[in-house]
Design a protein around this ligand. Structure first.
Ligand code: SF4
Length: 250
């Protein structure tokens, strides 16, 4: 058994899962990269003591909706130690969640900033920052047990997943299938606004998978993903998952 398989299976709750995860060193290339980023730093963050470890999921342990991104950014989550925190992608996402009443603050700056998410949890299929934001398929597969266990622990409450980008979409489908949800064959294709209803083959709840362009600068700076488009998908997914919106999504 690999370290992620063994330690994820042994975690009895999400806090224990997060603790075990942060000790993971199973991907040599990513361990080197995350630690190198912490040594070299970016000038704007020269006085930061970087996290430089795997970044656990963030949000309530009884979330009804799970956001699945790609991986932490070298100077974002890898610096702050919290998903979607400390970079432009996180700002865009948290602004949208706040506009919908799903986040307590409009910005996500550092772990102690008081941000709380309502009904929503953020995670990633790869928990360490990869060079050029591009994990290899092998690294994705090595990291899979952490996502599988997180989903298993959320199963009593989670009713919707939003995959932010094609990587998250493709990474989460085998996890869902292995956990008993019926994934159509051929696998449904990722697209912004894509929506797939996944019945459970056992006594588990039905779950809806939504596709949304990733909140990367590449997408938001070019207008491929606008704040309105993001709010539309997140708002629809939250309502379908049974999370009442605090504000209107338009
Ligand atoms: S990417 Fe995942 S499996 Fe690889 S070292 Fe980080 S936490 Fe461990």
């Amino acid at each position: 058994m690999t370290y992620p398989e063994e330690r994820a299976a042994a975690a009895h709750d999400l806090a224990a899962l997060g603790t075990a995860l942060t000790d993971c060193r199973s991907c040599p290339r990513l361990v080197e990269w995350r630690e190198e980023a912490a040594r070299v730093k970016r000038r704007a963050f020269a006085d930061w003591d970087y996290w430089a470890r795997p970044v656990p999921g963030f949000g309530p342990t009884d979330a009804r909706m799970l956001l699945v991104g790609l991986a932490p950014a070298a100077h974002g989550g890898n610096r702050t130690g919290r998903m979607f925190t400390g970079d432009r992608a996180g700002d865009v996402l948290v602004e949208a969640l706040h506009a919908l009443g799903l986040a307590s603050r409009p910005h996500s700056v550092h772990r102690g900033d008081g941000l709380e998410l309502r009904g929503v949890r953020c995670t990633a299929p790869v928990h360490c920052a990869p060079p050029a934001n591009k994990p290899t398929p092998g690294e994705r597969d090595t990291c899979r047990p952490w996502l599988a266990r997180e989903l298993e622990l959320l199963r009593p409450t989670v009713r919707g997943i939003v995959a932010l980008g094609a990587f998250g979409w493709q990474a989460v489908l085998p996890v869902l299938r292995a956990a008993g949800w019926t994934v159509p064959r051929p696998r449904p294709a990722f697209g912004h606004g894509a929506r797939v209803l996944l019945p459970h083959s056992g006594d588990g709840p039905e779950l809806t998978l939504h596709g949304c362009y990733h909140v990367s600068q590449q997408n938001t700076f070019t207008g491929k993903l606008t704040p309105a488009m993001l709010r539309e998908v997140l708002g629809a997914a939250a309502e379908e998952a049974g999370i009442p919106l605090g504000r209107h999504r338009k």
